[in-house]
Design a protein around this ligand. Structure first.
Ligand code: BGC
Length: 786
């Protein structure tokens, strides 16, 4: 029976594959239509929920197969069976650096290849869809899952997400873009309402999803636990249908985050396809009942089922028989990736790299060197195929002509125990340089729990300070998934941020410390001096189920720029063992339109004597705008590789959207006419060159006037002013000086800065309420050129 089933699946899958490649999609749709017509209502309801923890529902009598979904994103966490949770007993897979490290590479090609490798591993372990990437914005440094997300910036997050998805999906494995959307706090994550205005939602929290959907078409998207603007993410027609499907053209299916569904019927109406995981049959019965009593249209159910089957058959058709996990190759690649993620934050007097000419005796201090922390806590936890340790690798690969000593420094089992510091000081004093491995232990960063502070353990901070007292050459080598404070920043000469570097991270850390690799990571998130400086400090994690996004669009560097707050290390920052010079920023035009856009070209030269990589960042500033806009916003970036003395030109194309902001009232992106400054930068606080372009907008934008629009606004616009002149000529005359026409009326502010609806009494009855409403109607078709 099982073989027969498999055989049928194969035939059907092949048919689907052939239909996809040779015949038109129409054939596949016809077959799926036929299947849907044969399904009972109960079967349809069941298909819209999982079979168990990690698989979709099959319908054996119709040869409808199931597919396997499993956690990611920085590696595969596959449970031994689809009905097992898979914590601790998951199958080994390559643990790549987590998202906060991947983003520090700013290398789209590299992240794409990580996706490919993970896709290959999914094929080898029969997994059809991996649950990732997570493109949620790091709104607060306290966010418990920051290690699992890319950045505080929507463009960087979206581009990295798209690169990852394209990589995985090139292997015939699907992804689940998560967690859609505004899932930025762990506290009360099952209920919290992300309470924000429309503009903030679009500019910051939807943009990364939009980019990833448009550029990579993930097979699935995961609806979040939380509510967004008062509606559960799993039940929002606005998010799931209007934006995702209609605006962005999403072609895949929406699955719920695990246990995220509250009202399954409403979720299906909104456009959610599959409830995950299967908990019981209760919600399926509710669906059946809702169809029977007319609350849920069967056409809606059929539509969802068809889309589910499209993905299921596609996944089956793309399965690769006999795929193998190339553990060695992927381990080596994981090391390479981490070596581009490591971010050099301080390198006073070129303390790094460690060379045997400079340092004969090296003290390695800190338990992380022998017991690495390499990933975060929670559903993304991968069981690595192996695990490298910095101490071992340094001894083996770099220890030949150097004397290496080691001291534990602190106990990972007890944050407050400082009893090992004296022994560590001895080791440091007896060496020429001390490399202190410190950071955040596992329990400090976890899915489901937000941080309450951003400090490292007392024992780690104290250790670094004390070592620096006895060893002038001290380097802090940090392991953490998100920003930390550094009270000892002025006491040490070197700081190397190594993130959560995955199973091969230790080798990469050694490579960078000893100069085999020139560090090229840059911060994808701002490191604040203190928690109180952070944008959402007053509104995180929210209370009584409400999270007020009070900082609005001023997230991350946008906030620090506006408030002129000096961060500990700014967004986009990272040092190198070489130096880069920027020159010759040229724009393709001095004047342009939103339709044409503009290209910016800049030359970057490696002016040092070792090869290196630079992340070139392009920021756009709207010099004058109607809405309050950030001082600058990242729009483009590129990572380039330069030999000593070599120079390269980098060209970026800026389009309408790169100049636009989202008008929450008109519900559209608007590029206003005016001057924009285009800046080529090495970090958000290191602008190297700027040029100005004048943009002439060709957009025609609805006026969007209503009865609450002020009289003064109606007056400013030519078209509506003419109407006012007809409607209240006498009242206007009262403000017209001698020799002036009505158009030159000189109104005092307090007479005209009122909603139009008040003018029946303000004009002493010259305009009636009905006329105000007629005026509003008339203005509905009016547009203006922004
Ligand atoms: C997490 C998701 C994860 C899912 C399955 C949820 O709790 O939020 O990111 O994919 O569990 O483990």
């Amino acid at each position: 029976m099982k073989n027969l089933l498999l055989f049928s699946i194969l035939i059907l899958s092949n048919m689907v594959l052939k239909a996809q490649t040779k015949k038109s999609d129409l054939d596949v749709n016809d077959k799926i239509d036929q299947l849907v017509s044969k399904l009972t209502l109960e079967e349809k309801a069941a298909l819209c929920s999982g079979r168990d923890d990690w698989s979709t529902q099959p319908v054996e009598r119709l040869n409808i197969p199931w597919i396997w979904v499993a956690d990611g994103p920085h590696g595969l966490r596959r449970a031994p069976a689809t009905n097992k949770a898979g914590y601790g007993d998951q199958l080994p897979a390559t643990c790549f650096p987590t998202a906060s490290a991947l983003s520090a590479t700013w290398n789209l090609d590299m992240v794409n290849k990580v996706g490919q490798a993970i896709g290959e591993e999914c094929q080898a372990q029969n997994v059809n869809v991996i649950l990732g990437p997570g493109v949620n914005i790091k709104r607060s440094v306290l966010g418990g899952r920051n290690f699992e997300f890319f950045s505080e910036d929507p463009i960087l997050s979206g581009e990295l997400g798209a690169a990852y998805i394209n990589g995985v999906q090139s292997q015939g494995v699907g992804t689940s873009l998560k967690h859609y959307t505004a899932n930025n706090v762990e506290t009360m994550r099952m209920y919290n309402n992300s309470n924000m205005d429309n503009r903030t939602l679009h500019e910051i929290y939807l943009t990364p999803f939009e980019i990833a959907v448009k550029k990579a078409q993930p097979w699935t998207i995961m609806a979040c636990y939380n509510r967004v603007q008062g509606v559960y993410g799993t039940q929002s027609p606005y998010l799931l249908t209007d934006m995702l499907k209609k605006e962005w053209g999403f072609k895949g299916i929406v699955i719920s985050d695990w246990f995220a569904v509250v009202n399954r019927v409403e979720a299906m109406k909104a456009g959610m396809h599959i409830e995950m995981p299967r908990v019981s049959g209760v919600n399926d019965s509710l669906v059946v009942e809702a169809v029977k009593n007319g609350d849920l249209d069967i056409a809606v159910v059929d539509g969802l089922v068809k889309e589910i089957l499209t993905i299921v058959f596609k996944a089956k058709a793309l399965e690769k028989e006999g795929a193998e996990l190339n553990a060695e190759k992927h381990h080596a690649y994981a090391r390479q990736v981490e070596s581009e993620a490591i971010t050099l934050l301080k390198n006073k007097n070129q303390i790094l790299p460690v060379t045997k000419e400079k340092y004969k005796r090296v003290a390695i201090i800190g338990e992380f060197a022998s017991a690495p922390r390499y990933q975060g806590n929670g559903s993304s936890e991968v069981k690595p195929t192996r695990l490298d340790k910095a101490l071992d690798i340094i001894k083996k690969e770099y220890g030949k002509d150097i004397k290496i000593s080691y001291a534990q420094g602190y106990k990972l089992s007890d944050d407050n125990d400082t009893s090992l510091i004296d022994e560590a000081k001895k080791a440091a004093a007896d060496a020429d340089i001390a490399l202190v491995f410190a950071g955040l232990p596992l329990q400090y960063e976890s899915e489901g729990i937000d941080r309450t502070h951003i400090n490292m353990p007392v024992s780690h901070n104290k250790l670094i300070s004390e070592i620096a007292k006895v060893q002038k050459n001290t380097v802090a080598v940090l392991t953490n998934g998100s920003a930390v404070t550094m009270p000892w920043i002025n006491e040490v000469d070197g700081i190397l941020e190594t993130w959560l570097g995955g199973q091969a991270g230790a080798g990469a850390v050694a490579d960078v410390l000893f100069g085999k690799i020139n560090p090229s990571g840059k911060l994808a998130e701002t490191f604040p001096v203190k928690l109180e400086d952070t944008p959402s400090f007053l509104n995180f994690p929210g209370e009584q189920g409400e999270v007020l996004y009070g900082e609005r669009i001023f997230v991350g560097y946008r906030y620090y720029d506006e408030k002129k707050i000096e961060p500990l290390f700014p967004f986009g920052f990272g040092l190198s063992y070489t130096t880069f010079e920027y020159s010759n920023l040229k724009l393709s035009a001095k004047k342009t339109t939103d339709k044409e856009g503009v290209s910016a070209t800049v030359t970057v030269k490696n002016t040092g004597d070792v090869k290196g990589k630079e992340v070139v960042q392009l920021y756009v500033t709207d010099n004058k705008s109607t809405l309050f806009r950030p001082k600058k916003e990242l729009k483009k970036f590129a990572k380039i590789d330069l030999e000593p003395g070599e120079e390269k030109e980098v060209t970026f194309k800026l389009e309408a959207r790169d100049f636009s902001c989202y008008d929450g009232k008109r519900e559209m992106w608007i590029a206003e006419s005016g001057e924009f400054t285009i800046s080529a930068a090495s970090s958000s606080r290191d602008i190297r060159l700027s040029e100005v372009v004048a943009l002439q907008s060709t957009q025609q934008v609805p006026l969007a006037f209503d009865e609450y629009t002020f009289f003064s606004e109606y007056w400013k616009n030519k078209q509506t002013r003419a109407l006012l002149m007809e409607l209240v000529p006498n009242w206007i005359k009262g403000f017209t000086g001698e020799g002036k026409s009505g158009y030159n009326a000189d109104f005092p502010g307090f007479m005209v800065d009122h909603p139009m609806i008040k003018y029946p009494y303000i004009t002493n009855g010259e305009i009636s309420h009905a006329q105000v409403m007629e005026l509003v109607e008339k203005c509905k078709g009016f547009t203006y050129n922004p």
